[in-house]
Design a binder for this molecule. Structure first.
Ligand SMILES: CC(C)(COP(=O)(O)OP(=O)(O)OC[C@H]1O[C@@H](n2cnc3c(N)ncnc32)[C@H](O)[C@@H]1OP(=O)(O)O)[C@@H](O)C(=O)NCCC(=O)NCCS
Length: 463
């Protein structure tokens, strides 16, 4: 397996390289690889500042200010760029590119979170060895400190899992290397190495933290597996959730966590991590803040809402699932003034390629194709775009990743929808924390946009 994927990775990486994208990295460690790529990026930034600081790349309209800054080009983000029509590209690579070249876990087929993290951080495709080395490093750091397990165990089971996750992540800043080094007094060029250490520590500990929350809230009778040093990050997460024997679910989680890891910088959670990090808050408290942005229903909570909505539809329609019935239910939702969860997007104007990739996963497994809830999601995706177009409000009537992310979890027995955003939170750490490392390596400043009152805005328009 390793041999086959290594050859595949090399041949695809070569062709990607010929198209002007990325080359395979060498045998260096993650930190050594970063050390190699940082100077060129620093130079690029220096040149951009020196030669193009006054270049105009867009304009600010009143609609940008009143419309939640939609479309405003105002943020530097290295790991990925979201094209409204083609969807996300990670350092120029599409999701299918990544599926071809990023190494899977031993015995698996789907790219690992580690290989995606490597790509996001360095812009390079890791070899299987490099990816497995990173898995071993993360597993080594994966256990939670005792005070955090005590904190999580003391929380009421009725507290939303996302609130618990945010609290646990914030508490981990007790051991922040960046904060300790800053207090000691370090120089700016050293910031990124301590930030990287904190980010890797946090990513390593997220599965144990997230799995503990799951166990406490939903299965207090179960014992909790400890971190297995031979498993990759998601293999461990699945194992600690109690699904280690279900290779299909573990593979789905690998795919979902890797492809959901970054979606450029402007989304609410990534942007929050960036903003808070720009004050030189350490990665733990920066990402904790991001998790609370993710916990909103227009952002990460949508995946729990989608399943709730699809199941309510299933209950109402019963066994008689027809296009007409689904259409009626969609109109009922819209007429009651609610949004159709899992549809629309702040930037995308086509079906989300993450939705497409997860649907492709479903198509390869007969048990998923036979699942009533997955069939309903697929049928809804065929009908909803036309209904939303006729409704005429949303700028993007197509399904986003959340339209399908929860139903596979549900089919395989992870049925507690309130927990789904936590899995998203484990995933999004890959991109948000990558950018914190780059923000420190590039010495990006404190974020501070200018705001206006309506009166001040009107004065500005008059003048
Ligand atoms: C994702 C989302 C928040 C983007 O919001 P946005 O950038 O403001 O979207 P638009 O510019 O297309 O919104 C224009 C109008 O269409 C409506 N609209 C957008 N998506 C809609 C949907 N899925 N169902 C019904 N109406 C929708 C908006 O509520 C807005 O109505 P308003 O003018 O009365 O306020 C929005 O599409 C949504 O609420 N979707 C459902 C929740 C979801 O799936 N979130 C996960 C995103 S990955």
């Amino acid at each position: 397996m390793i041999c086959r994927s290594s050859l595949l990775a090399k041949s695809v990486a070569r062709s990607i390289s010929n198209n002007g994208f990325r080359r395979l990295a060498s045998t260096k460690s993650l930190k050594e690889t970063l050390q190699e790529v940082i100077p060129a990026k620093q130079e690029q930034l220096k040149k951009l500042k020196a030669e193009h600081s006054q270049a105009v790349v867009g304009e600010v309209k009143v609609e940008n200010i009143l419309g939640g800054m939609r479309g405003l080009k105002a943020m530097l983000w290295e790991a990925s760029v979201l094209d409204p029509n083609e969807g996300i590209r990670f350092h120029g690579m599409t999701i299918p590119d990544c599926q071809q070249v990023l190494p899977p876990a031993p015995g698996g087929k789907e790219m690992t979170a580690e290989s995606m993290l490597w790509l996001l951080l360095t812009g390079k495709v890791p070899t299987p060895d490099q990816s497995h080395q990173l898995s071993a490093e993360l597993a080594e750091k994966g256990e939670l400190p005792h005070f955090v397990t005590q904190l999580i165990d003391s929380l009421p089971k009725t507290l939303h899992p996302m609130t618990q996750l945010g609290m646990g992540v914030a508490a981990l800043n007790h051991d922040s290397k960046f904060q300790a080094a800053y207090e000691r007094g370090i120089k700016k060029p050293e910031y990124w190495t301590y930030t990287l250490e904190d980010c890797l520590n946090l990513i390593a500990k997220l599965p144990a933290l997230a799995a503990r929350i799951y166990r406490n809230v939903y299965h207090p009778e179960r014992s909790l597996e400890s971190v297995d040093k031979n498993l990759d990050l998601v293999g461990n997460y699945s194992n600690m959730l109690g699904f280690g024997q279900n290779e299909h679910l573990t593979e789905y989680l690998r795919l979902y966590i890797a492809l959901h890891g970054d979606h450029e910088g402007g989304n609410a959670s990534a942007h929050t991590a960036h903003l808070v990090g720009s004050t030189l808050s350490d990665p733990y408290i920066s990402y904790s803040a991001a998790l609370f942005a993710l916990a909103g229903p227009l952002h990460g909570l949508a995946n729990q809402e989608v399943l709730r909505w699809q199941m309510a539809m299933q209950k109402e329609i019963g066994d008689n699932i027809t296009h007409e019935n689904i259409k009626d239910y969609l109109w009922k939702t819209l007429r009651s003034g609610q949004v159709v969860p899992g549809y629309g997007h702040g930037v995308l104007r086509n079906p989300d390629p993450r939705f497409v990739a997860l649907q492709e996963f479903c198509k390869t497994r007969p048990e998923l194709q036979a699942s009533p809830i997955i069939q309903l999601v697929q049928q809804t995706a065929e009908i909803a775009p036309d209904v939303l177009k006729e409704h005429g409000k949303t700028k993007n009537p197509y399904p986003n990743v959340d339209a399908t992310s929860g139903c596979v979890l549900y089919h395989y027995g992870l049925t507690e929808f309130k927990y789904y955003t936590v899995i998203f939170g484990v995933s999004r750490a890959l991109g948000a924390l990558t950018q914190l490392v780059w923000a420190r390596a590039l010495g990006l400043p404190l974020e501070r946009p200018k705001s206006y009152s309506m009166d001040a805005l009107q004065k500005l328009i008059k003048n």
